[in-house]
Design a binder for this molecule. Structure first.
Ligand code: SF4
Length: 338
């Protein structure tokens, strides 16, 4: 029996952070055995909120490839590709944008949330509003059966499904696969300030940070605000550092931290030092592989290019079927030119 297909992408808005590693990358690695996986660098998506900062796009893209390979994403098992090199994404996005009602986009929770929270960028753009339409095109071009999503991205996937149904309904043809969510049970890691870890919020610990930079950021993670002095008892549930401990520290040690924090037997500095040790113990193998792939960037680029060629074949086939259903494949009317 052929494997079901999974599609997932990552924006090339900046360097990957610990949240990306836990939330997506580790999941990508584990899905490779069971599914046929298509993973892509979403460099056009990066423009939706970072259209003014394109200088590092290429560097970020290669760094992303380095991270994928370092984390264990295997190009022998998965198709790794670059969105902007496959123009079928843009064409299908345009076709979908013709049939997508604007209120469907305005009600997407992450759209409203980012509009409210991101103060340093003007996101009142057509591209930012239409971001989920491009996402829909990304997914259905590859006939993905599943898309790994966290609970907060479910509305995006539902929108994709609605667009697919609307397309099928209008053009009376079953062209696309309606993707299903693959809920991932990944631990949620906040940023060092307690908000969602995000490049946009400037609160992330990056995989490309040096250990000194990481350590500095760990030292600055927000703790229980009521714990002003070392002698004050703390409440771990009100502490962002403890949220990190829950992810990186073994359960028995965590029980001890809870008790020591509540009785003021441990200070926050020592507590975060332990946290740093546990984080490094977890990510050291990846950091070592990063050093290896960082020395071999041309090879990383070759891997991404080879995957892009493979993905393009599938994207072309799906787009041709969509254009045919819409009866807009005007190319067929043109005389054959050699
Ligand atoms: S001791 Fe640890 S868990 Fe308690 S407030 Fe300080 S950093 Fe947080």
């Amino acid at each position: 029996m052929s494997k079901k297909r999974v599609l997932s992408g990552m924006q090339t808005t900046g360097k990957l952070h610990l949240g990306n590693l836990l939330g997506a990358l580790n999941n990508w690695v584990s899905m490779q055995e069971e599914y046929e996986c298509y993973y892509f660098a979403a460099d056009w998506h990066a423009l939706s909120s970072n259209y003014e900062e394109t200088g590092n796009l290429k560097e970020n893209l290669v760094d992303m490839g380095v991270n994928w390979l370092s984390a264990g994403v295997d190009p022998e098992k998965s198709v790794l590709f670059i969105q902007s090199l496959i123009h079928e994404h843009a064409v299908l996005h345009l076709l979908f944008s013709m049939i997508t009602p604007i209120p469907w986009l305005e009600r997407v929770p992450s759209y409203k949330e980012k509009m409210e929270q991101v103060a340093n960028k003007d996101l009142h753009t057509y591209g930012f509003l239409g971001y989920p339409v491009l996402q829909a095109a990304d997914i259905v071009l590859y006939k993905a059966d599943f898309v790994p999503v966290g609970i907060d991205q479910l509305p995006h996937l539902e929108l994709t499904r609605e667009i697919v149904r609307r397309f099928h309904d209008i053009y009376k043809a079953q062209v696309f696969v309606e993707p299903q969510p693959k809920m991932s049970e990944v631990p949620k890691l906040p940023g060092v300030d307690g908000r969602k870890m995000s490049k946009s919020y400037n609160n992330a610990i990056y995989l490309s940070d040096t250990k000194d930079e990481m350590f500095k950021k760990i030292k600055n993670i927000i703790t229980d605000p009521a714990r002003v002095r070392k002698t004050d008892p703390g409440d771990p549930e009100k502490c962002v550092a403890y949220s990190f401990h829950k992810v990186f520290t073994p359960t028995d040690d965590n029980l001890q931290i809870v008790s020591d924090c509540k009785t003021a037997a441990i200070g926050c500095v020592a507590c975060k030092k332990k946290l740093a040790e546990n984080i490094f113990a977890r990510i050291n193998p990846l950091l070592e592989k990063r050093a290896y792939w960082n020395e071999r960037k041309p090879e990383v680029i070759d891997i991404l290019m080879a995957g892009t060629e493979k993905a393009r074949t599938q994207a072309k086939e799906t787009l041709a079927r969509a254009e045919s259903a819409m009866k807009i494949n005007a190319g067929n009317l043109m005389p054959q030119v050699k």
